[in-house]
Design a protein around this ligand. Sequence first.
Ligand code: HEC
Length: 251
Amino acid sequence: MIRIWIVVLFSLPIFFVSPQQSFAAEESLAALADEGQRLAALLRVGRGVISNNQALINDPAIGDKGLSSTAFMKIVEEEYKALYGAAPLEGGLSPEQRSLTEAQLASMVEVMDENQDLINTEGMGFKGFIPAIFARLVNERFVEKQGTRARVKVTAPLHLVRNRKARPDDWENAVLTDKFANPDWPKGDAFYEEIAGTESTTFRMLIPEYYGESCLSCHGGPAGEVDVTGFPKEGGASGDLAGAISITLTE
Ligand code: HEC
């Protein structure tokens, strides 16, 4: 009995100090990963609303589509709430989360406002205002607002990239090819890490995206056939790795 107590007493300090120290670091990394998932989630919801409204947007018989930025944002908020239980700005957000979310929402509003003429052009069928373009425009606007503090980008493995702006950098390319393209990588799992620089630490996160049936009219087969947007199809299949949402947060 005495011996057990000695062991417990002597091991207590070590036991409590070391896990606590590493726990603090893990906790902040988890908070950053949570922030990254939030940014990706809102982007996906916005993109999804553009996707669900493609038939309407591309209907040549209708002028005003009723998709003003106000109407659009209302749907985005409702769908976000249905998925995550609270609207993007509801709930206990940290000041940082709030300001990033506000910037992302404002970016969506601007992109929708700037594309009203295109969306409402009567007599025009396919308008090219597709989810990928919407996402890229929103992300570009977001970077303008955030500077180096936060960046969201949709990228893809090099052989799949359509827009040069989406080309993966070295870090993204390594994660896409070494991790996400590996059959052993758990499907859907994000990869993230903190990278220490000389002046600041950067949090980088990549969240994989896969083709679903709705993507294949453009990214499916036969490979090389030109799709409605004028790009050669990639020959992808449902479930294949399509790309990734890349999040960079600099503290
Ligand atoms: C109507 C055709 C069309 C459909 C449907 C479509 N895409 Fe795309 N996709 C494009 C075009 C065009 C681009 C290039 C957009 C740009 O200029 O930024 C693109 C870009 C992308 C990119 C960014 C990297 C790059 O190549 O520039 C990813 C990732 C992507 N698509 C995945 C998907 C997924 C996943 C789906 C289904 C959920 C999908 N796409 C549905 C046409 C389409």
